[in-house]
Design a protein around this ligand. Sequence first.
Ligand code: PEP
Ligand code: MG
Length: 592
Amino acid sequence: MTEPLQKGERLLRGIPVSAGICRGKILVLGKTRTAASRRQLANTEIADEVSRLEKAFVQTRHQILEVQHKVSAAMGAQEGSIFDAHLLVLEDRVLIDEIVRLISEQKVNAEFAFQTVAEKYATTLAAIDDDYLRERAADMRDVTARVLNNLLGVSEESKLCHLKEPCIIISHDLTPSDTAQLDKQNVLGFATDVGSKTSHTAIMARSLRIPAIVGLTSASEELEDGQYALLDGYNGIIIVHPTDQTLFEYGQLVRKQVTLEEKLRDAISQPAVTLDGQHVSLSANIEQAEDGDTVLACGAEGVGLFRTEYLFINRDSLPTEEEQFQAYRRVAAALKPHPVVIRTLDLGGDKFLSHLATATEMNPFLGWRAIRFCLQQRDIFRGQLRAILRASAEGNVKIMYPMISGLDEMCQANALVEEYKAELRREGAAFDEKLEIGAMIEIPSAAMIADILARKAQFFSIGTNDLIQYSLAVDRMNEKIAHLYEPTHPAILRLIKITVDAARQNKIPVSVCGEMAGDPVLVPLLLGLGVDELSAAPPVVPQIKFLVRRLKMNEARELAAFALSCESSTEILSRAQQLARQIAPSLFENKP
Ligand code: PEP
Ligand code: MG
């Protein structure tokens, strides 16, 4: 969405997902706009230029074969054969001869000669009234972009990893693994056309403290490389060519934020206790083994969710048991005596292993994901469980299974833990005999049978990101239906209540580790519903503590009682906002 603002500036509005304000030059990814400029060659350069062209063809051929291999493995040979047409372009002797002739006769550089000839072919093919030939024109343009990128030495991936100057990244989409690899020194912020607040890309951005906006619909088409822009991650706004007045107003907003951060800094070292004396256990969600220090610095009491997937993605092979053990032990040792809840691998959905070709699924979030994947990939699961068990010798480690949908999965996973414990005993390896095991409650069926699961678990952690997606049938990645993703929907609050009641009856604690726990508006509601613990991204932990320290439990309980009797999610949300703004107004000064 684009709207005019002050004269000369342009405003695009999306979904704010990671707080902060930045300004700088825009870099748009995913546009094959590589235009080759013409360079006149000396006679002595001609042979080198032809050989550059040949090398680029060979490199492109390798890349296409690699993509073809991956697609065939994942989707089948027929889909892979689509790339045969691309390979044929690279073998077209007539095309190659014409390019070489242009280089030698007109003495022009390889990229210019290649683009000129390839574009002539593509335009001719596209103009013919024949579907087959028009498709060949598209193949031609696809291959042209690849060859040009290789000649010019640019690729999207290398663009991302080796940014030369600070910039704001604009892209149609960024995967969680792209986001995890962002060069933090030079990425001021990013914005994507697709996505929503609880997509893993958004969660990663918050954890890296990179201001970010998603769901901008067509920003990657509308914006151009090099434009100067301001990105407001609090309100989900990009302003292109901001005027001096806008920059001044944003300067004031940044100053307010600095003042707030000073106040929050005081909260970090203080306990998370409500005004009427109830202690709230507040921990942090982490994605990397190096994040232990961040957890301590934000004032969290341990880790409530270690998303271990990021140890597995962005690499060519699986991490070994030993490598995982070192990573888990490092976090556990850094945070002792505070607990560290290590969630077993939650691959699938939007996070995949780059080296494991898994079949493309129609509904990956309903598919071969998390515990379902692990129970079938026993070697991977065994390596991880043994590594966690060994790290538990530190004394503060807990295991948590993601995506539990029924009792069987819980029992099967528990039986495997017992089997690996027995192995370790035989090997004489140390582990914590009393290590606690918990279940994530993030599928409605698990919430409905929480009383049954509670007998097999020592704690629950409610994954509201998925619980909302599955209960309301709202894809958490889809910006078009983001307005339907309502944490205050009465159905969600009832599911949380059912889970809390079952936990109470079975005398086990229940925490919330989904993004609801990091939203100051929703925290009083969760506490009022009886949630014992909260786990949120490190950057928001100080805000949550600040709010908890200004809350009275009876206010929270009243809010929850109202919510459970109310039919409308918007009314519940507005009551929750009222309370949060009343007790901690400074947390909301950057919001409209
Ligand atoms: C959740 O679903 O709420 C959760 C914490 O897990 P993830 O966001 O990693 O799916
Ligand atoms: Mg989840």
